[in-house]
Design a binder for this molecule. Structure first.
Ligand code: GLC
Length: 422
């Protein structure tokens, strides 16, 4: 055990640059990613609090003036990554992408602070982090839910974090690919193309990205006329949980919390509109095309993480979740294996992801302890068997994608060490 714990720490430290950590040490992701950094901060908090807070602080240094926290910060401008900083052509103090990612910072910060006694001299610094996160959440309220419906939209599949999920197939199919697109992918030169998105899907990602740029990333305009506008269950569940955690931090630090509190009340009831009573599961809503999206994605179960008060729905969801991988040795697969869209090796279209398991485990803990422990055990065993990889095969546990993957190492540490603090 000790050996694996040390290895996990080594992965994080090995990927660490000045003040932030790369998702992996190969060339696949040579920048700082938003939700990766949140997971990474949690991992550091088990052995180096300074690095944990620095990870978050560096990400927030890239915050835009309007409050948005970008999905990628390009600290190093000299890489072969596509789309790189010049293609995005935006950023505030740090060159960045022009979209965001699941807002997990408040969740991670609260978890980190629970473990420590905050010294008086650090209070000011932490308060300033909380204020920045609040500004970020307010940006989501204002620009991604302009009608104050209680649910926020994502305007690009990459904002979900599960970039290549079948959840996006229908809204992407409706997009007309830009004529004469010229770009050079880097990802499928580093990793087997069979494990990465198809070129046609990449063309669509790039088309949406170019459209955002053409509109100067103007959040007000883009909510109305973006080529892609989806209310995603996973993203909204994470945001609801993050708002709940932010509320607790705001109260603890005597900061204004009314807006966030009101929004939580609204989201808590509105999110139930995404519940499909017949399927006994949550589904996405495609605002652009006015259609439900029913792909059986594991991220639909992030609703458990949101800790809805509705006990009946929670119970039904857990029942459906048990069927997701009832016959498989390794779980949870990103897409239900009997689904037509399922692909064993392609990323986000089948394989197991440690961050998804971690999120669902957190959601199950106080609702079904036995099931939660099974998820925890299975996740730890999978990483022990196959290593700190990006994702894993549901059938045989084989590892795929990038090796020395930071969030796998981080969340492994958190799962294995959490008992100490409970
Ligand atoms: C991929 C994933 C995304 C992640 C990024 C860096 O793009 O889909 O969720 O943040 O890699 O690890």
């Amino acid at each position: 055990m000790l050996n694996e714990i040390n290895q996990a720490k080594k992965v994080l430290l090995g990927n660490r640059k000045k003040g932030y950590t790369l998702p992996t040490n190969n060339k696949l992701y040579p920048a700082q990613w938003n939700w990766d950094s949140g997971f990474i901060a949690l991992g550091y908090s088990h052995f180096n609090l300074k690095f944990a807070l620095e990870e978050i602080n560096t990400l927030l240094r890239g915050q835009w003036n309007d409050g948005m926290v970008p999905h990628i910060l390009f600290h190093d401008l000299n890489t072969n990554y596509y789309p790189n900083h010049s293609v995005w052509n935006c950023g505030n103090k740090i060159r960045s992408s022009g979209i965001t990612q699941p807002p997990i910072l408040a969740i991670m910060l609260r978890k980190i602070l629970e473990k420590i006694i905050i010294k008086n001299k650090d209070k000011f610094k932490i308060k300033s982090i909380i204020k920045k996160i609040t500004k970020y959440h307010q940006w989501l309220l204002k620009y991604r839910d302009p009608k104050n419906s209680g649910l926020v939209s994502i305007l690009h599949p990459w904002e979900s974090g599960y970039d290549n999920s079948p959840l996006w197939d229908k809204p992407l199919n409706a997009i007309k690919i830009e004529k004469n697109l010229k770009y050079k992918r880097g990802d499928n030169k580093i990793i087997n193309p069979d494990f990465r998105p198809l070129d046609i899907d990449y063309d669509r990602y790039v088309t949406i990205k170019n459209h955002l740029r053409k509109n100067k990333y103007d959040p007000k305009k883009l909510y109305q006329n973006s080529m892609f506008n989806v209310v995603d269950v996973g993203f909204n569940s994470i945001f609801l949980k993050a708002n709940k955690d932010l509320l607790s931090l705001l109260k603890k630090f005597n900061l204004e919390y009314k807006d966030i509190q009101n929004y939580i009340v609204k989201s808590e009831t509105q999110i139930e509109k995404l519940y499909d009573k017949r399927k006994k599961s949550f589904v996405n809503y495609d605002i652009k095309n006015k259609k439900k999206i029913t792909a059986p994605s594991i991220t639909n179960y992030f609703i458990l993480f949101a800790d809805l008060k509705n006990k009946l729905i929670n119970k039904e969801i857990i029942k459906t979740l048990r069927k997701h991988n009832s016959k498989d040795k390794f779980f949870f697969s990103s897409i239900k294996p009997n689904n037509i869209k399922y692909e064993e090796k392609r990323y986000w279209r089948g394989p197991v992801w440690i961050n998804c398991n971690w999120i669902i485990y957190q959601g199950l803990k106080d609702k079904d302890k036995k099931f939660a422990n099974l998820v925890r055990r299975k996740t730890i065993d999978l990483v022990k068997k196959s290593g700190f990889y990006e994702y894993f095969d549901t059938n045989n546990g084989n590892p795929y994608g990038a090796k020395n993957f930071s969030w796998t190492a981080s969340l492994f540490l958190d799962l294995i060490l959490e008992k100490k603090y409970n």
